[in-house]
Design a protein around this ligand. Structure first.
Ligand SMILES: C[S@@+](CC[C@H](N)C(=O)[O-])C[C@H]1O[C@@H](n2cnc3c(N)ncnc32)[C@H](O)[C@@H]1O
Length: 250
């Protein structure tokens, strides 16, 4: 198995593949100011196994294009949607977020939780803008500094892993410079990291290792995730995900 296949096997059983919660998805939706309507057009980009997709489908009762480049996650989303009686709203789309198969001005709402880092925040919001109707809404969560001065260790970790990390004011400036008007912002609390993501993931480590005969590659992945959780627990006052809600200007 390749490393990517191992990562999919570890994560596909998880409801969330990154920090978040249904309550915070719904808070962002409230800040987006959209009311439920069957003719709304929504995309959830980098949806993974679809926690946010399903929360949006349940709240809005409209079709949602659920986009991910890993088909295994979309299959899992399909099963979860069926189990929740929401399958009629879900349109799975296997696609790379850098090259989306949608028409200009197609969407009232573009959603993306914990995924835009893959193409970078500024690139992502710039290239997805044309897919929104004028006045359409973007809601994305993105790793964000919570403090102005940080300990060197955590600064070095994020500079190496995602140099685009910035404070909320920096991200809001980028949104404005790319033709959006921010309408809401909040940060995710520690429960979104620990209760929704790290702890459920860690609960599956033993079974994951057993499925892969305790291979070196599987062990390495588990160690990496443990290190990442320890880092978060040590520095959770320095960074979190910020949730950015913004309206396309024209
Ligand atoms: C951290 S996970 C978040 C998943 C989901 N939004 C959630 O919060 O549970 C990032 C997701 O983005 C997807 N992804 C990463 N790069 C992508 C790309 N270039 N195109 C499409 N999907 C991508 C991954 O497959 C993964 O499902």
């Amino acid at each position: 198995m390749t490393e990517l296949e191992l990562l999919v096997d570890l994560h596909r059983r998880q409801a969330r593949l990154g920090p978040g919660s249904d309550a915070h998805t719904l808070l962002a939706l409230q800040l987006a100011g959209l009311s439920p309507a069957p003719d709304l057009c929504v995309a959830d980009i980098g949806c993974g196994t679809g926690a946010s997709t399903l929360a949006l489908a349940d709240a809005l009762h409209c079709p949602i294009s659920a986009v991910d480049f890993l088909p295994g996650f979309l299959e899992e989303l399909g099963s979860r949607a069926t189990a929740k009686g929401l399958a009629e709203y879900i349109r799975p789309v296997v696609a790379d977020m850098t090259c989306l198969p949608f028409a200009e001005g197609e969407f009232d709402l573009i959603w993306s939780e914990g995924a835009i880092y893959s193409m970078g925040f500024e690139n992502g919001i710039a290239s997805w803008k044309s897919l929104l109707k004028p006045g359409g809404v973007l809601a994305v969560s993105e790793i964000t500094w919570l403090t102005r001065d940080r300990p060197k260790a955590i600064e070095a970790f994020w500079s190496a892993n995602y140099p685009g990390i910035d404070t909320a004011s920096g991200k809001l400036r980028i949104l404005e410079s790319q033709g959006y008007t921010p309408t809401g912002y909040f940060t995710l609390p520690a429960s979104c990291w620990l209760d929704s993501y790290y702890r459920p993931l860690a609960a599956g480590f033993d079974a994951f290792l057993a499925r892969h005969d305790n291979s070196e590659a599987a062990g390495h992945i588990v160690e990496e995730h443990r290190r990442e959780q320890a880092l978060y627990e040590a520095y959770s006052d320095q960074y979190s995900y910020g949730f950015y809600i913004a309206r396309r200007d024209n």
